[in-house]
Write a protein that binds this ligand. Structure first.
Ligand code: HSE
Length: 322
């Protein structure tokens, strides 16, 4: 299988490293950065690429060309699967939305970790994929490495979904956990979360609950046919939560967690008190999702919602499933 990667940030690099290290039967023919690209129809030499782009942008790689960009590479139809990894933008979904539309219209499959286009244009993109008989997959957008979307779609097939509730943002979980453990303030811990590479490019997306709300919208549209947008989510972030409040909750057997709830009549993200013995009460950068359904009753999945190899792994799983 041939793939082309659009967006060579942390996740893109993670994918390339994993394909190389695990010797996966995936040929990377193209990689696009912001204003440049690397292309080899027989397959890019990944070992050379990894070494040549260590600590620098793709534009500093001697084999990167300025005469090739994402749109050109899309129109070349050089790959079976295009992996779209540009940063999330929940205002207009760009630049990812235009790339994805163009790829699907060209009858190539799309795998993405970019929440923006899925949040804003879910129905239209699904229709376009169907019309062109190609796949549009985005497992990494909800819960990162936690296999939630595929689990509900496939393993829980036939169940009626009652509601989904969980921790969908690792950065805020990390902040709240550290606040409880050390009494440190939000700003300081947020800086550390940024160093860990788990925070969004604009970290207000994390602390204001926007990132969790985007994931809640994806769940609502996919599993409740909600036709929801960001404005339909009742959102409250964690900026007003103090270390004192977290510590008081702790003394009474509770943890403070930023919880997303999705159901037929509810679409909400807010800080909540969770009993320490509850399955959703997981710490650090972990995500946890609890789903209530009619047959299996209740399933909780826990895992890493962010991180270079964790997110890359979810993207690779989508590629391999195609
Ligand atoms: N900033 C996000 C998080 C990354 O902390 O969960 C994954 O979407």
């Amino acid at each position: 299988m041939k793939i082309c990667i659009i967006g060579y940030g942390t996740v893109g690099r993670g994918i390339v490293e994993l394909i190389h290290r695990k010797k996966l039967d995936i040929t990377v023919v193209g990689i696009c950065g912001r204003n440049c690209g690397v292309y080899n129809e027989k397959g890019i030499d990944l070992s050379m690429l990894i070494k040549g782009t260590k600590g620098v942008g793709l534009d500093k790689y001697p084999h990167a060309r300025n005469d090739i960009d994402a749109n050109k590479m899309i129109d070349m139809r050089c790959a079976d699967v295009y992996v779209e990894l540009t940063p999330t933008n929940v205002i207009d979904g760009e630049p990812g939305y235009s790339f994805i539309k163009r790829i699907l219209a060209n009858q190539c499959h799309v795998v993405t970790s970019n929440k923006g286009p899925v949040v804003l244009y879910y129905k239209g993109l699904q229709k376009l994929a169907l019309k062109n008989d190609v796949k549009f997959l985005y497992e990494a957008t909800v819960g990162g490495a936690v296999p939630f979307l595929n689990m509900v779609r496939e393993t829980l097939r036939g169940n009626k979904i009652i509601n989904v509730c969980g921790i969908l943002n690792g950065t805020t979980n990390y902040i709240l956990t550290r606040m409880g453990a050390e009494g440190a303030g939000l700003e300081q811990i947020l800086r550390e979360a940024q160093e860990l590479g788990i925070a969004e490019a604009d970290p207000s997306y994390d602390v204001d609950g926007i990132d969790a709300a985007a994931k809640a919208v994806i769940i609502a549209n996919e599993f409740f046919s909600a036709n929801a947008g960001m404005k339909d989510v009742d959102v409250c972030g964690i900026t007003r939560i103090t270390p004192e409040f977290v510590s008081l909750a702790d003394k009474n057997g509770f943890s403070v967690k930023l919880i997303a709830e999705v159901g037929r009549d509810v679409l909400r993200v807010s800080p909540r008190l969770i009993e320490k013995s509850h399955p959703l009460c997981v710490d650090g950068t972990l995500n946890a999702l609890n789903i209530k359904v009619d047959m299996a009753r209740e399933v909780t999945v826990v895992g890493y919602g962010a991180g270079k190899y964790e997110t890359a792994g979810a993207v690779i799983s989508d590629i391999l499933s195609i």
